[in-house]
Structures are given as C-alpha cells and as structure tokens.
Design a protein around this ligand. Structure first.
Ligand SMILES: [Mg+2]
Length: 273
C-alpha cells in the first residue's frame, strides 16, 4: 500500500514521539509499503526531517519527505511557461527546495525585484517585515505568479498559537489585491498528488494517516484516498463523529495499536477487491 503520513500529531507531538507509531511504520515498510511523509510545514529542508524521524526510529529517506515547500518546488518545475526565478517570501528551507529543482530563488528586496521573478512563493516567514511584504506585493502586481505553500492560518507551538503561512498569504493577497494562483498544501489536492506521483501512483491508491479532520482527512476525501484519522493530535473523537458523513475518515485510530489494526483491515479489503 501507499501510505501518506502526516507528521505533527501523528508521528510526533512537538519534539515527543507518539508512542509506537514509528514501529508501525517500520513494520509497513518491511512488508513492502511505501511511506511518504506529507506536511504543510514549509520552513524546513527535507534532510532535517530525515534527522528528526530517524532519531525517533521511523523509516525515512530524503525522497520520502513531502513538505509543502518541496511539493511547491516540484509543481513550479512543471510550469509552462517555465519559472526561472522565484521570489521567496518564506524560510531558507523553501529556498533550498526551489534551488534543488533548478529554479533561482531570490529574496523579497530591491535586488530580487530587479531579477524580474516569474513567481512569488509564500511560506511561513519568521523574518517577515513591512518591506518584504511590500516588495512581494509589487512583484505580484507586476505579473509574477502568486503561489502559496499552504493557507494554515495558525499552528500550535510551545508558546501558543502562532501565525501560519496562511496569515502571510492573506496579507499578500490584500496588498497585491489578488488571490493566489495556486495553493499547494492540504486541504487542497496538490501535495498528495505530488507525493503519490513520485512513486508512480495516484492518491486514489493511497491511505492517508492524519490527525486533522479539516486538513488531512479533507484532502484525502478530495483526492479519493482512504484515510485513518489518528486521535493523537488536533481532532477529538467527538469532533470526528460530528463530521458530516461525506467528510468522515474511513477508519479512526486512538493510538499506534489501533493504527496497526486499521491498516491490516484496509489491506485485507484491498486483497479481497
Ligand atoms: Mg497534523
């Protein structure tokens, strides 16, 4: 099977591993499954996840990590007309992924603007300033494609809820007076499509494992993937049960043991079909 696995709230919570999940994933890989990690986080280069997941005992290789930054870079590489220069209103990890696909990343400053960017790419930007926002808006007004890594309004951190990439996308949308041309992350379909394509498959053949009813499970529904909602993160059982029938996950798992059983059931269904 192809497993599209969310990270925060599934494999770990902050810096703490969710007990047993890394072992279940290792068993699935040993049994021949593909495991691809799909996260809306756009700030890190994928080798950082190789280090983090590896230290938790989860099976991982660099090509198994699909951040919204990497999926955005892969989508930009397929654009027609081609994107040669991309202005990055985001973190160094996003610039790194963009450079990896042969596109030149530039900063949202006067020099970046004079490079005549074909696209403005927006992710979480902890160095956001009025100046950076103003330059990015000018580039969009001058015709650059407006690409959002994701629209998460906030994300949980140790210090509380912090503004996510979506807050910065909204600011740019207001300043440029134009909606993004493309939004890559969940709940949209592009992140899962890019991940599945990397192993020659489609999301319809995949099982999504996620903790977010409105992100992971919604994106699974939109792409025709089956899904297991983990109750180890942001969604409670009561919230899951209150979802309208067409938004329900295929199965719900409270912990790693229930995830193991859920995947065996889904695999059994596949064998019977
Ligand atoms: Mg999550």
């Amino acid at each position: 099977m192809l497993l599209l696995v969310d990270l925060d709230g599934v494999v770990y919570r902050g810096s703490d591993p969710v007990p047993g999940v890394a072992d279940v994933l290792a068993e699935r890989v040993a049994a021949g499954d593909h495991v691809l990690y799909c996260t809306n986080n756009s700030s890190r280069y994928r080798t950082e996840y190789v280090r983090i997941l590896g230290s938790m005992g989860a099976p991982v290789q660099p090509d198994w990590v699909f951040t919204s930054a990497r999926a955005t870079a892969l989508e930009l590489a397929q654009c027609d007309p081609p994107v040669r220069v991309a202005m990055v209103l985001g973190a160094p990890g996003l610039s790194h992924e963009i450079r990896d696909v042969g596109i030149r990343p530039v900063d949202p400053d006067g020099r970046g603007l004079s490079a005549d960017p074909d696209a403005v790419v927006v992710g979480i930007d902890r160095h956001l300033t009025y100046e950076r926002l103003a330059v990015a808006a000018q580039a969009v007004r001058e015709g650059a494609r407006f690409v959002a890594t994701n629209r998460d309004p906030v994300f949980p951190a140790a210090e509380g809820l912090m503004p996510g990439a979506g807050s910065i996308v909204a600011a740019l949308e207001t300043a440029a007076r134009r909606a993004p041309d493309m939004v890559v992350g969940k709940p949209g379909p592009i992140l899962f499509e890019a991940a599945a394509r990397s192993v020659g498959m489609t999301p319809r053949e995949a099982v999504v494992i996620g903790d977010g009813a409105l992100t992971d499970i919604a994106a699974a529904g939109r792409t025709g993937a089956r899904s297991v909602l983990m109750l180890t993160g942001v969604t409670s059982r009561a919230e899951a049960e209150a979802l309208p029938p067409d938004r329900h996950p295929t199965l719900i798992a409270a912990d790693a043991g229930e995830l193991r059983s859920a995947l065996l059931r889904l695999q059994g269904g596949e064998a019977a079909a």
